[in-house]
Write a new protein. Structure first.
Length: 279
């Protein structure tokens, strides 16, 4: 077997967590990532027949959520109570590789969480979002949650209406409407770590790759860690510009007609037409 700490998916996960902490998105144990791995690739590093231990899916009742569509899928996931700043220096404690067990009621730990840890408390929400995104894009492999500072700040001073929130972000940077043309979904404040917020997020994920949890953070989904990180990074940059200018009289803006020209230039067809005011 190869050394799993040398696996590309492991180094990508460690680097991503380190960058998210460096940018201030994931203070203390805030934030979590789940990365669906290719079983054949994992088999180069681990004996898939060897289960370290089984872990019940926490935070949900069986009747609240059905994770069986993911049965047999393998995920690299951050641990509950773990600090992103420690992931790179000690991945075997702060990360785990788990497989969704029979019926989706428990996970099988294949590697990691060596101190007896378990997946993030948001694991059910992640899995529900994975199911929703796979229904839209079978190449979706990543769900990422973080607490980016300016995105959070914007929650307190801007309407949480999805159209207006998205439109304000689109106006901040020329690239925004091209990077997230479907816009940003928004949920009102909800209790985290519950099946209720997991179901609500998954429902939004059917239409959006980005979902804001009001006064809490953001969920992003994508094909790769880089893509998902980049989505959140672009929203955060736009929110930063918004917060730096919101108290000042605006003399210039990117007009809806100009956004439409951008979409045409980059041949983007899957965008929220109802979020633009153009004829």
């Amino acid at each position: 077997m190869k050394d799993i700490l040398q696996a590309k998916f492991m180094s990508e996960m460690c680097d991503t967590a380190a960058n998210m902490y460096r940018l201030g998105w994931d203070e203390r144990n805030g934030g979590n990532i789940s990365y669906m791995l290719d079983g054949g690739e994992v088999a180069k590093y681990l004996d898939l027949e060897r289960v370290v231990r089984t872990i019940p899916v926490m935070g949900v009742n069986k009747e609240d959520v059905d994770l069986s569509p993911l049965e047999g899928k393998i995920f690299l996931v951050t641990g509950t109570g773990k600090y992103f700043k420690n992931v790179k220096s000690d991945p075997e404690t702060n990360l785990g590789i788990v497989r969704i067990g029979s019926g989706g009621e428990q996970v099988e730990l294949l590697w990691g969480f060596k101190d007896g840890g378990r997946p993030t408390s948001e694991f059910p929400a992640h899995m529900m979002s994975h199911i929703a995104r796979l229904g839209v894009d079978p190449e979706n492999r990543v769900v990422m949650h973080s607490h980016p500072t300016y995105t959070l700040a914007m929650n307190f001073v801007h309407s949480l209406d999805e159209k207006s929130f998205t439109h304000s972000l689109w106006e901040m940077c020329t690239e925004c409407i091209v990077v997230f043309p479907e816009g940003v979904g928004v949920l009102p404040w909800m209790l985290c770590g519950t099946s209720e917020i997991g179901r609500a997020t998954a429902e939004k994920m059917k239409s959006f790759r980005l979902v804001v949890w009001a006064m809490h953070g953001i969920y992003g989904a994508g094909k790769t860690l880089d893509e998902t990180f980049g989505l959140i990074e672009t929203v955060e940059k736009a929110a930063q510009i918004y917060m730096l200018t919101a108290h000042l009289p605006r003399k210039n803006t990117i007009k809806d007609e100009d956004m439409l020209k951008l979409l045409q230039l980059f041949k983007v067809e899957n965008y929220r037409k109802d979020f633009l005011d153009v004829k």
